[in-house]
Design a protein around this ligand. Structure first.
Ligand code: SAM
Length: 469
């Protein structure tokens, strides 16, 4: 449980403030004048404070909950339209020196250890390119001997260097353990997209129990990682909590305080927020943790994050099955993974049950996921243009907050979808996708841009690739 006494000087996510926030939310959640005032502010789409958002999360009035859901959908449409960005994780190594109790990769577990060679990474990258992926999230355990930063950097170079048929990985996000400013700068110089690190839990005492050994035991070092990443010039960072470990309301307030801290300190909030829930894994039973979150509550958490941080990209992985993903797409999620393997080497070999980090609930192929999105009237996007055009950090935020990002993202989504359809789609997906593109071109407001997109679509049809605005 939270213990304000465990707070240390310099900690920017105050345990006491989290407790006070929950207390405040409990006191006012049934006062409709307060709730309505917060919803009114939320409609201005400038976001909410952690206290305001916590009141919405605590409010159980059915009408208000429906209003929250509708507003989350509306805000998502305003900032991100109906596009859904696709990515896949690539596990490089499951060697790990940390003792995380929820993770089967923890030090001392008897899971088979595996670290990919550069040739194996090349083969995994080709397998991912052959599905149509353009954006990856690289994952590795923390192990200074087996997975030093040089290994990660070399792997990035390998991934970016693979060109197979029309395939290319154009953006690699990185999810590795908290590290030094110097190492973050090396990752930045290697051309990574977003640096992602899940806080796991903002309950400091709970965090220390859940991470009994290894460098990750150090709560302050882990929590301050994004500050160091920013100082190392990485200006796109991705936050996340592993829901299911500790009290969700505390996690929610802590997550928003973290976002506020980044915005106040660096002028740039989180590029993305992920909403993973702890899943069964070898030797891991989610029921053994304190913070189980039902599907209904999970949906409300996602909607409240969308309302509180309208500009952030929201990510849901294949930890969740089709129906939960479908529900959350409506409530603010803007990025999803597809056809993921959470084992090391899993894209080339048959999924190796015994080295999986956690069980995947959505086991569909990428093409099935794309067809599903199209049928739901979403535009699947393989766009990676912003970061390649230098629209990162505050430049991205400025465009995003003024809702201008739509003007380039929508055309880019259509052009990258067209590439996918030409190179990888099954006939049915191709047919549905072509119709979707034709419909969506009409939604591009500027005639000049519409004409350019039409021209580029013909060029893509004729074999050219990689157009972007
Ligand atoms: N090793 C890196 C670190 O220490 O931050 C991150 C890579 S790890 C492969 C990615 C994330 O998977 C972790 O941050 C954790 O939140 C999540 N994870 C671990 N075990 C899980 C489980 N049983 N169910 C769902 N997610 C899990």
């Amino acid at each position: 449980m939270y213990n304000p006494k465990s707070e240390e000087a310099g900690e920017f996510i105050s345990c006491q403030e989290i407790l006070d926030t929950l207390d405040y939310a409990r006191r006012v959640k049934d006062d409709m004048s307060v709730v309505n005032g917060i919803l009114e502010k939320a409609r201005e789409t400038k976001g909410l404070t952690h206290r305001e958002a916590s009141v919405l999360l605590a409010c159980n009035n059915e009408d208000k909950v429906n209003e929250i859901f509708d507003l989350a959908f509306d805000i998502k449409q305003q900032f991100y339209g109906n596009r859904i960005v696709l990515f896949a994780p690539l596990y490089l190594s499951n060697y790990c020196v940390n003792g995380c109790l929820y993770c089967p990769y923890h030090h001392g577990s008897d899971i088979p250890r595996k670290k990919l060679s550069q040739d194996e990474i090349r083969a995994e990258t080709i397998a991912l390119q052959n599905m149509g992926h353009k954006r990856l999230a690289v994952e590795a355990g923390e192990d200074p001997v087996n997975n030093p930063i040089e290994y990660i950097l070399e792997s990035l170079q390998t991934i970016y260097g693979v060109r197979h048929k029309n395939g290319a990985i154009r953006r690699v996000n990185v999810n590795i353990a908290a590290t030094t400013v110097e190492n973050y700068r090396k990752l930045h110089d290697a051309g990574i997209g977003t640096y992602i690190l899940f806080q796991e839990t903002y309950d400091r005492a709970g965090y220390e129990e859940l991470h009994p050994s290894g460098p990750k035991h150090n709560y302050a070092y882990h929590t301050e990682a994004m500050d160091r990443a920013m100082r190392g010039d990485i200006d796109d960072v991705g936050l996340g909590v592993l829901f299911g470990l500790e009290n969700y309301a505390c996690e929610f307030a802590g997550l928003l305080m973290h976002a506020e801290h980044l915005e106040a300190s660096f002028g740039v909030g989180p590029h993305t927020i992920s909403v993973p829930r702890v899943k069964p894994a070898q030797g891991v039973d989610p029921a053994s943790f304190d913070g189980g979150v039902s599907d209904e509550l999970f949906a409300k958490i996602a909607a409240c994050i969308r309302i509180a941080v309208p500009y952030t990209g929201m990510i849901i992985s294949t930890r969740e099955g089709q129906s939960v993903r479908e529900k959350l797409l409506r409530l603010g999620v803007s990025q999803i993974s597809g056809a993921s393997r959470t084992s090391v080497g899993g894209y080339v070999e048959n999924p190796e049950e015994d080295t999986r980090q956690f069980e995947v609930s959505d086991t569909r192929t990428l093409d099935e996921v794309i067809k599903w999105l199209i049928d739901l009237d979403y535009v699947p996007s393989f766009c990676t243009a912003c970061y390649r055009a230098g629209r990162t950090g505050d430049r991205f935020m400025e465009l995003c907050k003024s809702k201008q990002i739509l003007n380039c993202c929508h055309p880019n989504a259509l052009m990258t979808l067209k590439e996918y359809l030409m190179d990888y789609a099954a006939p049915q997906t191709l047919g549905a996708g072509e119709k979707l593109i034709e419909r969506e071109i009409g939604a591009i407001p500027k005639e000049k841009v519409r004409d350019l997109v039409r021209k580029n679509l013909v060029n893509i049809q004729n074999g050219q690739r990689d157009f972007r605005l």
